[in-house]
Ligand binder design. Structure first.
Ligand SMILES: C[S@@+](CC[C@H](N)C(=O)[O-])C[C@H]1O[C@@H](n2cnc3c(N)ncnc32)[C@H](O)[C@@H]1O
Length: 229
């Protein structure tokens, strides 16, 4: 999967590759082609949660904070970068949320998500553009798991995520440890800059397991929950 970019990210890619970090994905149009192409086999990696820990832990963290606020199960939730719907499925089957919208750039991923019958609506959208204006402040809460990864969705799109959520709403995001703890990626800086700007307030950060496709090279991740101001 590792593939170098010709962009300014080359130093970072080198940094990650030297550490065998699997978080290097193709960019631009190649990225859309990549996600359309993997849609049919993506769920094979989930493996009941053994390898894709971020599904189990991301959904658990999100639910934990919603429960603390007594959020009703029919609250309107955006699953941003939903992919094949593993998070939606978990939130519906295990935690009984019933009013979820899936956003993703890849029509093929959303087709797989439809098969899980856990979302009420599906929006094909590129988070790197301003095309989601009609959805601004339309959601009570949002979750985005395994999307803010180097080469998948850039830090600037965190602004888009925050705009979709009503004031007071919660947002749970995951980040690979080596992406978040590396200032070259800009993820942590963007989250903190938005907090300083009064966009949101961090209410929780948890470092836990993330992905274990290769037992000798397990990846840890941060689960960050923010409250939109
Ligand atoms: C690693 S998958 C995560 C999917 C799901 N959240 C999960 O945890 O299984 C990343 C997803 O981000 C989507 N994606 C990539 N670039 C995007 C963009 N610019 N805008 C919206 N979605 C994007 C991909 O199509 C893919 O479904």
């Amino acid at each position: 999967m590792a593939k170098s970019s010709t962009s300014d990210d080359s130093k970072l890619y080198q940094f990650l590759q030297e550490r065998n970090d699997p978080g290097v994905f193709p960019e631009g149009k190649e990225s859309l082609d990549y996600w359309n192409e993997v849609a049919d086999r993506y769920d094979n990696n989930y493996n009941g949660g053994i390898s894709f820990k971020h599904i189990t832990i991301g959904a658990r963290e999100f639910d934990k904070h919603l429960m603390m606020k007594d959020v009703p199960k029919n609250a309107k939730i955006a699953d941003i970068g939903s992919g094949t719907g593993l998070i939606g499925q978990k939130l519906k089957e295990e935690y009984h949320y019933s009013n979820m919208t899936a956003f993703d750039i890849s029509p093929a991923m959303l087709e797989k998500a439809k098969e899980k019958s856990c979302y009420n609506d599906f929006v094909i959208s590129d988070l790197h553009t301003d095309e989601l204006v009609e959805y601004h402040q339309q959601f009570d809460h949002a979750i985005s798991i395994a999307c803010f990864v180097l080469g998948i969705i850039k830090p600037q799109a965190l602004e888009t995520v925050a705009r979709l959520v009503k004031s007071g709403g919660l947002v749970t995001l995951s980040f690979r440890e080596k992406n978040y703890d590396n200032e070259l990626t800009g993820y942590r800086q963007k989250v903190e800059k938005m907090e300083k700007a009064g966009v949101w307030k961090q209410i929780s950060i948890v470092l836990d397991e993330y992905m274990c496709l290769d037992p000798d090279n397990a990846v840890r991740g941060y689960y960050v929950t923010l409250q939109v101001c």
